[in-house]
Design a protein around this ligand. Structure first.
Ligand code: 6PG
Length: 189
């Protein structure tokens, strides 16, 4: 990757292909990667053995992992459910306790769940919403529409780091289920 960021470089949201132009890192998460995320764990497991759908893709632009630099990534979270519970990201906390993050919604409908201790908050995501994730809060996104993907771009400090284990001890307190043409927020683990 870089030792330092080249001056004047740019990225762009490629709306037609729903990806980050000029990204240099890519991640794809399938149902098989989301063990323990959904209430219906056995059903997720069976779905993973059969079709193993892609749940989300992340297109990232890297930077030197040092104080002062910023990272960015576009997430495309596909529509779907596991036994009526909407597709979601794994969710994580930052390793560095003093790093916030910003999500800018580019398309679709969803919820950003925020977790700290026993406290859960959420923000409705729809195009043009800019959601702020204060330092110390775990964050997970949920696509609440079966009509299409939830797409958003995230910006966060390069030194933040991602902790995926902490959600096992400090789990997201709310779950989001399909209800008629909308969603209902239920209690978590
Ligand atoms: C990040 C951003 C965001 C996030 C994806 C996938 O820190 O990179 O928060 O790009 O990683 O939406 O979510 P998970 O990292 O929780 O799988």
């Amino acid at each position: 990757m870089y030792e330092k960021i080249p001056a004047g470089f740019f990225t762009a949201f490629d709306r037609q292909n729903s990806l980050l132009y000029n990204a240099d890192d890519y991640e794809e998460r399938k149902l098989s990667d989301l063990q323990g995320c959904f209430v219906a764990e056995e059903i997720r497991h069976q779905m993973a053995l059969q079709e193993n759908k892609t749940v989300y893709r992340v297109y990232k632009k890297t930077a030197p992992l040092v104080a002062g630099e910023l990272l960015q990534a576009v997430t495309v979270l596909f529509p779907g459910t596991v036994n009526g519970e909407f597709f979601m990201t794994r969710g994580h906390y930052h390793i560095h306790p003093k790093c916030a993050e910003i999500f800018f919604c580019l398309g679709g409908r969803g919820l950003l769940l925020l977790q700290k201790g026993n406290e859960t908050k959420w923000v409705e995501m729809k195009p043009d919403v800019i959601a702020y994730i204060p330092a110390g809060w775990g964050h997970r996104t949920v696509n609440t529409s079966l009509a299409g993907p939830l797409v958003f771009i995230a910006f966060w400090p390069a030194v933040a780091g991602q902790n995926y284990q902490r959600r096992l001890k400090e789990p997201f307190g709310k779950r989001v289920f399909q209800a008629d043409r909308s969603y209902v927020i239920g209690d978590g683990d």
